[in-house]
Design a protein around this ligand. Sequence first.
Ligand SMILES: *Cc1c(COP(=O)(O)O)cnc(C)c1O
Length: 393
Amino acid sequence: MSVSTFVQPVTTNNEHFSLCTALAKQHGTPLLVLDVNQVRENYLALANALPNVALHYALKPLPHIDVVNALNELGGCFDLATNGEVDLVAQAGVMPSQVIHTHPIKRVSDIEHAVAYGCSTFVFDSENELYKFEKYSDKVELLLRLSFPNKDAAADLSKKFGVTVADALPLLKKAKELGIRVRGLSFHVGSQTMDPQKYVYAIEQCKTVFEMALAQGVGTMNTLDIGGGFPVSYTGNTIDINEFCAPIRAALAQWPDTTHFIAEPGRFIVASAMTHVMSVMGQSQRGSLRWYYMDDGVYGAFSGRVYGEPEQRFYTQYSTEFAAGEPSVLAGPTCDSIDVIGDNVLLPALQDGDLVFTQNMGAYSWTTSTDFNFFAKAQLISLNSSMLVAEVG
Ligand SMILES: *Cc1c(COP(=O)(O)O)cnc(C)c1O
């Protein structure tokens, strides 16, 4: 299937925001508008940029059934980490051969549940975890997760998971002693990684580990999982994913032809597919700044403001251009002082009830929302969830 299959006529911000305004009138705010066609497009663009890599969508940033169904229809695979994620793909009729389970630390009951569904590839990064797989050694194969710290990422997952290159060999040896097959290595260079060289370095280090393991007779591995982390353009600087992946393709080309490559993209698949709509609840002048109190905030869809997600741009019904107006504060609805979405946002004068739009809200927003203070999570509305509609459109 070509990348252009689902490309729709270019919609301007104006047209898209009028559609979102109509939906907000109908459903109320806060509202998240998911365009499933954009999910399909993102998937196909990355598949095109990484042609020999099996893309396993990591459910974590947006565990939604419409996303799972759309990717399943395109022949996509999935990266699961929890029982809830296992249940969601099972509900969508995803075959167990299409999934891997990549949480390095699991309860015995998590392994039981995933194995019962039929998942046969799991990730580990400690000796302790290996013992949990002893009784499943005839049913499962493992990937060993390596750690490549990346302080520039929105989330540096190597702080919490993965072993160093030096610690990899003893673990591979231990697995062999226990009769558990390790079929490869995995890593995650950090979410929203802007520098493809981070992947290249990790891929080269993994190659060394593969070769050492072979030389020392501790295993013949055939799989390399390069994780997620693929970046999204939040600030208007366009990232060409094909160009971004060129050095990664070159690094993978150094590996034996028989290697099975996997990636676990999360953010890249869904971030640009969702637009958020919120309303002004009230406002006040505090010193030189206009404060707008919105009906969603950091305890809701903007939780990413707390854990290092990139800043977003805000658009209004008066200006579909970014950064028009006076320096203002966009605050969330709760009675907590940290509930501020942006403290220096250029906005035109807004009335109570006016709408503010935020693009690129598909990843780590809906799923991490709470209903703190009883402010309900934003409702999610899907557009183009049926493939039929997509093809006609
Ligand atoms: C979160 C996560 C992903 C997805 O990462 P993105 O940066 O959203 O692409 C993939 N794999 C694992 C193991 C993760 O924890």
